[in-house]
Unconditional design. Structure first.
Length: 336
């Protein structure tokens, strides 16, 4: 991957611009594409002029036909498939997994040619499925959304995948969970190839306080996907959806055709704890994530996970993790 020695305020020559080619799948995710390309656009010029000074980008296609996103908005390719080596990165924007042929054969051949020429390939959202289907993710760790982790594992059982991180840059491959994490991976490339100044400017315009790193975890992890029993998965989903409420364990059992006692026995046998204890752990994990990745006050976080006062919340948090929420915040402040 090319390095760039440009400094804040310097104008990068056209030949040195960060060049990105986008490949859009049928029913691609518009938000992921927009977040990535707008991070490039805002980093490429000063103020809000959108000039292609430090970066350039094209939407590549085998035809110039409009490509329809999953929300119905259409985008027209701006370039045919040219020599992949013209680009520093080829970014594949995926979309709905229900689409049987998200890209055509000519597109697959173009991606394979880019890989042979050692052009780094990045999959946004489910774009990693397209790369993996083409055999282009072997030897690389793939980052996907928790929402798509099981589908990826089932379709590509021999490929390492993780759904706990928001993005991954692995030698000549990149991948991200989609959504706002597309801005984070784009910011990492801007910082690497243009400058930290350009990254900061782009994020400020996008109203993003700070880019997340590849070490940051996804805001929500599908805890229920760990369990085979569909009744446990259904209960876990309901718990995650109602963290700020008091849930009646009897009602949870009834929702999956079990009495409260039967639900407790099922949980104890399958995961070694009670439903109430599992609910408490989910709440605390959510609280720890909010403490680490948000500036919300303790009382706001307490209310978000179902506690009506910060003192009760702090005691429960300390029982779970061995330290108070305040001490975790203090350590975070020292690190930052």
């Amino acid at each position: 991957m090319r390095s760039d020695e440009s400094k804040p305020g310097n104008v990068t020559k056209a030949a040195e611009r960060l060049k990105v080619g986008f490949v859009l799948a049928r029913s691609f995710t518009l938000s992921a594409f927009a977040m990535f390309v707008d991070t490039l656009r805002l980093a490429s010029d000063e103020d809000d002029r959108s000039g292609r000074i430090h970066a350039d980008w094209q939407v590549l296609g085998s035809t110039r036909h409009l490509i329809t996103s999953s929300c119905g908005i259409q985008v027209a390719p701006t370039s045919d498939f040219v020599d992949p080596s013209r680009y520093d990165y080829i970014v594949v924007v995926g979309g709905l997994l229900s689409v049987k042929e998200p890209v055509d054969r000519e597109t697959v051949n173009f991606l394979k040619k880019a890989a042979l020429q050692k052009v780094p390939l990045i999959g946004l959202c489910t774009g990693t499925f397209i790369l993996a289907e083409a055999g282009l993710m072997k030897g690389h760790v793939t980052c996907v959304s928790w929402l798509h982790a099981r589908a990826f594992q089932e379709r590509f059982p021999d490929l390492p995948v993780r759904s706990d991180r928001i993005f991954n840059l692995d030698r000549r491959r990149g991948s991200c969970a989609g959504g706002s994490s597309a801005a984070d991976i784009a910011a990492a490339l801007v910082r690497r190839h243009i400058s930290p100044h350009a990254e900061k400017k782009a994020l400020e315009v996008l109203q993003i306080v700070k880019a997340r790193s590849s070490a940051d975890v996804q805001p929500r992890r599908a805890l229920e996907e760990k369990y085979e029993d569909p009744r446990i998965r259904a209960v876990m989903i309901r718990m995650e959806q109602h963290l700020d409420e008091e849930l009646d364990m009897g009602d949870l059992g009834s929702a999956v055709g079990l009495s409260q006692r039967q639900l407790e026995r099922l949980f104890q046998k399958s995961i070694g704890t009670s439903p109430a204890r599992a609910f408490g752990k989910i709440r605390m994990e959510r609280a720890r994530l909010l403490l680490a990745q948000s500036s919300a006050s303790l009382i706001e976080i307490a209310l978000d996970v179902g506690y009506r006062n910060s003192a009760h919340f702090s005691r429960a948090f300390k029982r779970e993790f061995g330290h108070t929420p305040s001490s975790l915040r203090s350590r975070k402040a020292v690190v930052n």
